[in-house]
Design a protein around this ligand. Structure first.
Ligand code: MN
Length: 505
């Protein structure tokens, strides 16, 4: 069992007295709330909560997130009321715990086309990055203990992890979480392929590791000659699942994959990266076409590093990754590394070039386009504040620290995300009803709607849709819009079509 002292010690910054008390209180509260419950492993349920809190502390998360991590199953599994949580721990903790509880209700059904929709819905429903990160920590511990779960459930949970959670961790730039989630899920989802990769890797590993250590030493020596002394080196082994995916792309030719093992060189600053690259290329011959400057051109999730692959001189080939301390931290912890103690993202630490992850994370731009389309006919239709802020921040003018929090609050308050029966996500203004949904799909469907089902039950056409609802429209050839629909519809597009139809007669 992880003790509260251990969690406190793992925290990036020592909490002040008030936060410390809250953490201790949450620890004992969770212990009591889950007292008689057991995990499938036979261990006390409480263990799961301390492990989740530990993962969050290791990720450098602040006190509120860790408190919510300790309490994340209290509502769902220990029947503690949200009101009690608010009374004992305040509004913010209640918001976070309820957020995690809601996310837990979403299920991935293993149908390919649902995947992107569900990822989007996940992000949309989180409303706060911290909710998503708690959910990821929760899932990581569940994956670490998946062997105790019933066989039939194992595969579903592992598949969901591979398709939803691991990619979300990747998009948030938290490589550490992404890698572990993938490698834990891999053997359950693709057992045969896993065995094959494991085999290949074992053989390859033995022959490479000796080269690697030799090369690492000569790199340190070589760089010293160039006056570059302030470096850390280590190496990383490619994740099994990520290797599997690359093997598919390279037609299972292991000799086409040069980055199973890579040497990492970590230097103090940005300029040092290029100096090290120069030095290395003057000692060893680089493989053409394998020099990648992810500093000048970061990956969409914000990853920055220099990659090169060199002929080591003894017949082997090795990938070298060069990055600064800051880039390294960002590569492992992603967006999490930008959270300050107060658990707000410090925008000043996010450079413009790595801002791209925001667009990835919240598909803001595509939403933005839709909002802008709406706006042309909506009364009061200013450009939404968050969109203006986004434009400003991209041109480097915004200094607003609460920017992300605000745009999200603003945005999610006004939108609702629902599914078609096929699993596509339709986003609508909040208060939208099935009529809006029907016209958002196609004007013909709206014009011939005779009824609607929400989550499998017949509903009236003015029913307000909620996040995550599955909406099915029943169409009859003779059905047609009525004037009443004009009052029920919320979107301009629906109103426009209804008017057009009524005017036609
Ligand atoms: Mn849990």
């Amino acid at each position: 069992m992880v003790s509260i002292e251990e969690i406190l010690k793992l925290m990036k910054e020592t909490p002040d007295e008030k936060d410390r008390e809250l953490l201790v209180k949450a620890y004992h509260f969770a212990e009591k709330a889950h007292k008689n419950q057991k995990r499938f492993s036979g261990e006390p349920y409480f263990l799961h909560l301390t492990e989740t809190a530990k993962i969050l502390a290791e990720l450098g998360k602040g006190p509120m997130t860790i408190v919510a991590g300790l309490l994340h199953d209290a509502i769902e599994d220990a029947e503690v009321s949200p009101e009690t949580i608010e009374k004992e721990f305040g509004k913010e903790i209640r918001f976070l715990v309820e957020g995690v509880t809601k996310l837990g209700k979403l299920r991935y059904r293993g149908v390919e086309r649902y995947v992107e929709s569900l990822r989007k819905l996940f992000v949309a429903m989180s409303q706060d990055l911290r909710v998503l990160i708690i959910k990821l920590a929760d899932r990581l511990h569940n994956m670490r203990t998946l062997q105790y779960v019933r066989k039939e459930k194992q595969k579903r949970i592992a598949l969901e992890t591979l398709e939803i959670y691991a990619p979300l961790a990747y998009r948030l730039g938290i490589r550490k979480l992404n890698r572990e989630l993938e490698d834990l899920a891999f053997p359950y989802v693709y057992p045969k392929e896993y065995a094959k990769i494991n085999d290949i890797l074992k053989k390859k590993h033995r022959e490479t590791i000796t080269h690697l250590e030799k090369l690492r030493k000569s790199i340190v020596k070589g760089l010293t000659k160039f006056g570059i002394k302030e470096i850390h080196t280590d190496y990383r082994v490619k994740g099994l699942y990520s290797l599997y995916q690359k093997m598919i792309r390279k037609n299972w030719d292991i000799d086409m994959i040069y980055d199973i093992l890579a040497i990492r060189i970590i230097v103090p600053g940005l300029e040092d990266c290029y100096r090290v690259l120069g030095a290395i290329h003057s000692i060893w011959r680089p493989l053409p076409g394998r020099i990648k400057d992810y500093i000048a051109f970061p990956k969409p999730n914000g990853y920055r590093s220099l990659h090169t692959t060199i002929f080591t001189g003894d017949g082997s080939i090795m990938e070298i990754q060069i990055r600064s301390e800051e880039m390294h931290k960002e590569a492992e912890y992603g967006v999490v590394s930008h959270f300050g103690y107060k658990e707000k993202i410090d925008l000043k630490t996010i450079t413009n070039s790595s801002m791209t992850w925001i667009k990835q994370f919240l598909p803001l731009l595509s939403f933005g386009e839709q909002l802008q389309k709406e706006k042309s006919t909506v009364i009061n239709g200013d450009v939404p504040a968050w969109l203006r802020e986004l434009a400003k921040i991209e041109s480097g003018q915004s200094q607003h620290e609460d920017f992300i929090k605000e745009i999200k609050a603003d945005f999610f308050k006004t939108r609702v995300f629902v599914f078609t029966p096929k699993g596509d996500v339709v986003d609508l203004p909040s208060n939208a009803c099935p009529i809006d949904f029907a016209y958002a799909i196609h004007s013909d469907i709206g014009d011939h709607m005779s009824g609607a089902k929400v989550n499998g039950k017949m509903v009236t056409l003015n029913t307000i849709l909620k996040n995550g609802d599955i909406v099915e429209i029943i169409v009859k050839e003779k059905a047609k819009p009525s004037t009443k629909w004009l009052d029920m519809a919320k979107t301009t597009i629906a109103k426009k079509h209804i008017r057009a139809f009524l005017g036609k007669k």
